[in-house]
Design a protein around this ligand. Structure first.
Ligand code: VG1
Ligand code: CO
Length: 542
């Protein structure tokens, strides 16, 4: 039986950089989840009788929302749903399932690298038929709908046993519970030289992969240990937990510091890596060297042809605007297109669909390719393993050779978390107000060449996205970028991105923060961070 339930709109259901993210108690308000899911369905056309993919990163509240989504899909007329066993699908795996089975779209339940638990974060994101996050046109429509919604539809059915693989009936709609790992592992096998990686492990190559008690655990166990023969224990913290063991499943130098310390120590394995809550980010640390995500993107692009899936070469590279220009130099050398998009994976979808870009990346530890339409943590790790196995060099050698060929983009991001929203907005407004007067002036010894608020004109569909981050560009190619995060769940997060280019015959071995010291000081002078936020230093430096 289908019930139509009256409801009242919530005014805070605006999807951010990557879907709707809120604290669990916010999602637990009456009808909050139902309102949002119904608003998603109401913003789509033509899904009657079609298939919907549902899965998430296993965090607290995942299982409850999976059941609600199944019952609402049934009531709204979907023909079938595919659900990862236990309600689990990593974000890239969900993207793959949507594409592989020609589903209409999918609901991906995740708050990515944010902590999980009864008082922590949850999230819902809608992905379209190409497997990628819904573009702004759709997320804008969803938000408009959430403000006007008056009722939702839900089927009165018993909870589905999502822990058993098989097909079930949900009020006339078919529910297929699938192995969340198998299709993804098969896809990875089709892209990479598993024989070469297997041989490398056999001859003693050692790595540490930290799944951070999040969704990549089962994927890493299956792929690294079972299919590639890495020693047992290579995948660590591999059991997904609803609260990620009380940690932030954020693979950066703060929350994965233990891995960093190990990789810098005397007993370091050859290679270290980690992924985030939903499996789309990657941390890469070679023995004795942390690889900045922007550098990792450039190095993967420069060496991708060593993997069978990319042997024919790349069509183009895309990166988010705040990501360093390291990949631009690779694109230039390869003679292929380079695209600069706003932050968030949804902006890469059109370029990938149009065959303009093959590899994409963001400074926030996201790298991926046209194999799916999401960034993909394990994919990046496997491409690194493939390159290491074929080149037979260490990660450190590969990075240093890359700098010696292309020069080095010193890069760092400074985050000021949980700043009062009004104060963060005031900082951005003040900065925006003086952009026109900056070019030609100097901050310390740095002369400003240009300053703007980044606007993206999508070359594929012509859509325009304004106010995507304030850029101050200095003569010589250095820059600072300021933007406010669109994924946080309390207050505002100011992100300051700092970059300096050092040519290949320059000083390539400096410590990053000191190499950027004058730019860090310039960012403070330009934006008045201390005066606006009251903060003397960033909360997180990556
Ligand atoms: C952050 C990152 C962005 C990434 C987004 C989602 O967004 O900066 O690069 O695409 O998170 O990643 P923001 O708006 O907070 O800067 V994930 O791994 O949360 O799906
Ligand atoms: Co993520």
């Amino acid at each position: 039986m289908i019930r139509t339930v009256e409801t009242k709109p919530y005014d805070d259901q605006k999807p951010g950089t990557s879907g709707l993210r809120k604290k669990v108690p916010v999602f637990q308000q009456p009808n909050y989840v139902e309102n949002f899911i119904q608003s998603v369905f109401d913003s789509l056309e033509g899904f009657q009788g079609k298939e919907l993919v549902i899965g998430g990163d296993g965090r607290y509240f995942n299982r409850e929302v999976v059941q609600i989504a199944i019952a609402m899909a049934a009531a709204n007329g979907f023909g079938s749903v595919i659900v990862g066993r236990g309600g689990i699908l990593s974000t890239p795996a969900a993207s793959n399932i949507i594409r592989k089975y020609n589903a209409f779209g999918g609901l991906v339940l995740s708050a990515s690298h944010n902590p999980g638990g009864p008082h922590e974060d949850f999230g819902i994101k809608y992905n379209i038929g190409n497997g990628g996050p819904a573009p702004e046109k759709i997320t804008d429509a969803i938000f408009a709908r959430t403000k006007a919604i008056a009722s939702y539809k839900i089927a009165d059915i018993d909870a589905i046993d999502i822990d058993r693989i098989g097909e079930f009936d949900a009020g006339g709609m078919k529910v297929k519970i699938i192995d969340p790992v198998a299709d993804y592992a098969e896809l990875m096998e089709s892209l990479f030289d598993f024989d070469a990686i297997r041989a490398n492990f056999k001859y003693g190559f050692r790595m540490a992969f930290d799944a951070m008690h999040a969704v990549t655990g089962p994927y890493a166990k299956e792929i690294l240990e079972l299919r590639l023969g890495a020693p047992k224990g290579t995948a660590r913290n591999f059991k997904p937990l609803p609260d990620f063991g009380g940690h932030h499943p954020d693979p950066n130098l703060v929350h994965a510091k233990h891995l960093y310390d190990e990789m810098m120590g005397p007993d370091a394995p050859d290679f270290g890596a980690a992924s985030d809550g939903d499996g789309d980010r990657n941390l890469i640390i070679g023995k004795g060297i942390f690889v900045t995500p922007s550098d990792s993107l450039a190095i993967l692009a420069a060496n991708a042809h060593l993997a069978p899936g990319y042997a024919k070469g790349l069509k183009g590279i895309a990166r988010s605007m705040p990501t360093s220009g390291a990949a631009d130099r690779v694109a230039e050398k390869l003679g292929i297109g380079m695209y600069e998009t706003p932050t968030g994976w949804k902006f890469f979808g059109n370029l990938l669909d149009a065959g303009m870009a093959t590899i994409c990346g963001e400074e926030s530890a996201g790298t991926g390719s046209d194999h799916v339409r999401e960034k993909d943590g394990l994919w990046a790790v496997l491409l690194w393993l493939n390159i290491l196995a074929i080149r037979g060099e260490s990660a450190k050698q590969i990075v240093e050779e890359h700098w010696a060929t292309y020069g080095r983009n010193y890069y760092s991001r400074h985050d000021y978390e949980e700043v009062e929203t009004a104060r963060a907005n005031a900082l951005m407004d003040a900065l925006r107000g003086k952009l026109g007067s900056l070019p030609g002036t100097s901050v310390g010894d740095l002369k400003i060449a240009a300053a703007d608020d980044f606007q993206y004109d999508d070359p594929v569909d012509g859509s325009v996205s304004k106010n995507q981050g304030i850029r101050v560009m200095f003569e010589g190619g250095s820059r600072v970028v300021f933007r406010l995060s669109g994924t946080g769940t309390s207050g505002a997060t100011l992100r300051v991105y700092i970059e300096r280019y050092e040519p290949k015959d320059g000083n390539l071995g400096l410590e990053t923060q000191s190499a950027l010291a004058d730019l860090i000081a310039a960012a403070e002078t330009l934006a008045g961070i201390h005066a606006h936020t009251g903060r003397n230093k960033p909360t997180v430096i990556t």
